[in-house]
Structure formats: C-alpha cells, structure tokens
Design a protein around this ligand. Structure first.
Ligand SMILES: [Zn+2]
Length: 90
C-alpha cells in the first residue's frame, strides 16, 4: 500500500503534465475550440454559397427552391433557406 502511495506522489510532481491531462483546467482551450468551430461553420457556409453560385442556385431555398428575399440575403449572404424553412435563430 505504501509503495503505491509513493508512486502516486512522484507522478503528481510535474504540475504542468496534470494540466495538460485535464483540459477543463485550461478555459482558454474551450474558447479557442468554440472560435474554431464558428470559423469552420462560416467556411462551410461560404463554400456552399460559392458552390450554389457556380450551379446557379444561389439565393434560392435549399428545401423548396423558392427565391430568397433580397433583404434577407443582404442581412446574411450565406442564407440557404427561405423564412418558412429556416430554423429559428437563437
Ligand atoms: Zn423553403
């Protein structure tokens, strides 16, 4: 028993390693992940908008094919759905 205790004591000496093992102790990492996800979503939207420009479907609803409102597109150029098929914004 005492040998196990000693071994654990030695392993807990390097504090930095413990921090790396537990991401929850590094809040900045969470923030960076959220930023990364937001950037990925944006890139994905831009990519889809560019593709729809290529195939001539830009500005139409993904679901019903209706032409989107110009004012809506001005507000969000990456819009891919009409009002009826758009998920409510939070
Ligand atoms: Zn629609």
């Amino acid at each position: 028993m005492s040998m196990i205790g000693d071994a654990r004591g030695e392993r807990s000496l390097p504090v930095t390693e413990e921090h790396l093992a537990e991401p929850r102790q590094v809040p900045e990492l969470e923030g960076q992940r959220m930023l990364l996800h937001a950037a990925e979503r944006l890139l994905d939207g831009v990519d889809r908008a560019l593709t729809s420009l290529d195939d001539g479907t830009y500005g139409t609803c993904d679901v019903c094919g209706d032409v989107l409102d110009d004012q809506d597109l001005e507000g969000d150029p990456l819009l891919t759905r009409c009002v009826a098929h758009r998920p409510a914004r939070t």
